[in-house]
Design a protein around this ligand. Structure first.
Ligand SMILES: [Zn+2]
Ligand SMILES: [Zn+2]
Ligand SMILES: [Zn+2]
Ligand SMILES: [Zn+2]
Ligand SMILES: [Zn+2]
Ligand SMILES: [Zn+2]
Length: 182
């Protein structure tokens, strides 16, 4: 006959027949009350909680609790883990001028710091030697500069200069095609 108040162990989902442990609003076989991180049984009275599950003190200190890479203070609530570091949600922000929160957004890393893609482009992406705007995709390298393919054209006649065409540079390092170049 089944026990009228048969409880189910949150760890193994099986019925608990003998000793029951109640913690975190759940029931457990004592041997299944285990740390969320290292899976080791938690025997001591002291444990921590993370997302409704028990975490042993050791794991809590090394994995859950963390020092924010932004402000160097302890993060006790929601930890953002990115770039191999931990951050307060409100401190994981763009290192460029916009300072927006980057959690859950795409970002680009430079020297261990996160940047939103717009600021990264503005600050660090190569600039086109022709139009001076950032080059996101493939760039053409010529005259110590990067160029959009369409921007690499003769300064005088504005004809595009192909990769294999001959050209010379004027003193502003702008290309002059063979036709105009003499
Ligand atoms: Zn169990
Ligand atoms: Zn643990
Ligand atoms: Zn912080
Ligand atoms: Zn930004
Ligand atoms: Zn350009
Ligand atoms: Zn030309």
């Amino acid at each position: 006959m089944a026990h009228p108040q048969a409880a189910t162990c949150f760890g193994c989902k099986e019925e608990i027949k003998d000793k029951m442990l109640e913690a975190l609003d759940k029931s457990w076989h004592p041997e299944h009350f285990a740390c969320k991180e290292c899976k080791k049984r938690i025997a001591e009275n002291k444990f921590h909680e993370s997302e409704g599950l028990p975490v042993c003190t050791k794991c809590f200190e090394s994995k859950i609790q963390a020092i924010c890479a932004g402000c160097r203070k302890l993060v006790t609530e929601k930890v953002v883990r990115a770039l191999g570091k931990a951050w307060h949600l409100e401190h994981f922000i763009c290192s460029g001028p916009c300072k927006q929160q980057l959690s859950g957004k795409t970002f680009v890393e430079r020297n261990g710091k996160p940047y939103c893609s717009a600021d990264y482009e503005r600050l660090y992406a190569p600039k086109c030697g022709g139009c001076k705007r950032a080059i996101a995709e493939q760039a053409l390298s010529a005259l110590d500069n990067k160029w959009h393919k369409d921007c690499f054209k003769c300064k005088l006649c504005k004809d595009p200069i192909g990769v294999n065409s001959k050209f010379r540079a004027d003193k502003e390092k702008q290309p002059i095609c063979e036709k105009c170049g003499v």
